[in-house]
Ligand binder design. Structure first.
Ligand code: SAM
Length: 274
């Protein structure tokens, strides 16, 4: 995949922006998974800090963090997603004053040219696979090394190359090519709505290499190891007890090697070197 493939990923998300929350964010499974990420963001970012959010989607994380006292520059490559962020901020501001704490901005991860001053952020994050749409992370790593202050945490939620749930269910259905599709040596096609576009599924060690030497990877944990990917988790919407049981298993399964590498996503925690 080359940088020029990014517009098709962005174009795909443009088309689903208005329905994204309904199909993922507002599902029970989506809330469970996002809650796990929120816990880590709150643990790692300094209270009241200035944060840069990459590929923010509809702004669910940005509005949550703003309600907890952070100042979030919420960026995405999709203008339709950024419109959703503005709508959400306006709606939320009726009950709590967060409007001044979320700044939506357009930023293409493949060609990151933000008008941000050096060391202007205390932390940054990317949630739920935006980085999988970018073949070469080096330009982003270089930009973040300028924009983040030394010691700042960088939390990246990336889709991994081997998802136990996807592989097991594909094998059970005799769909062997699908079982290992993420292990393709170059990019592979993913589909969002009606649009297919190339994506990559890097191992955590590959992400760590892309961000070195300005960033050091300090920890990796799985996300969606016991909890299934959204596409397989629809049955959980009507089975809250099963969802609770899987969420309890998730808390145990996401840490140990090799389970932490076998989720739908993993959360790689990096630090800007001093
Ligand atoms: C799966 S969504 C995740 C959205 C959000 N982070 C969340 O937690 O719900 C992926 C996001 O990545 C964005 N994206 C894809 N390619 C991008 C690129 N090259 N530059 C910036 N954003 C991109 C999409 O527009 C979409 O909002």
């Amino acid at each position: 995949m080359t940088a020029s493939s990014s517009p098709s990923a962005i174009g795909a998300f443009d088309r689903v922006a208005a329905s994204y929350d309904r199909s993922f964010t507002d599902t029970r499974l989506g809330r469970e998974l996002r809650g796990l990420v929120w816990n880590r963001l709150l643990e790692r970012f300094p209270p009241g800090g200035r944060l840069l959010e990459l590929n923010c989607g509809t702004g669910e994380d940005a509005t949550f963090l703003a309600s907890r006292g952070f100042h979030v520059t919420a960026t995405d490559g999709s203008d339709a997603m950024l419109d959703e962020v503005r709508r959400k901020v306006e709606a939320e501001s009726e009950s709590r004053p967060i409007a001044g704490s979320v700044r939506p901005r357009r930023l293409d991860l493949a060609d990151p040219r933000g008008p941000f001053a050096a060391r202007s952020f205390d932390g940054a994050f990317s949630n739920f696979g935006g980085l999988n749409c970018v073949a070469d992370l080096a330009p982003l790593a270089a930009a973040l090394s300028r924009w983040l202050r030394p010691g700042a945490p960088l939390l990246l939620v990336v889709m991994g190359p081997l998802c136990l749930w996807e592989t097991a269910t594909s094998v059970a259905r005799g769909r062997f090519r699908n079982a290992f599709r993420r292990l393709a040596p170059t990019s592979t096609l993913a589909r969002v709505g009606e649009v297919s576009f190339p994506v990559v599924y890097p191992w955590p060690s590959e992400v760590a290499r892309s961000f070195a030497p300005s960033f050091r990877c300090v920890r990796v944990e799985g996300l969606g190891v016991a909890l299934p990917p959204t596409a397989l988790g629809r049955a959980l919407e009507t089975r809250p007890r099963l969802l609770r049981a899987l969420a309890a298993c998730e808390r145990v399964a996401r840490r140990p090697w090799p389970l932490r590498l076998l989720g739908d996503h993993y959360l790689a925690e990096l630090r800007r070197e001093q």
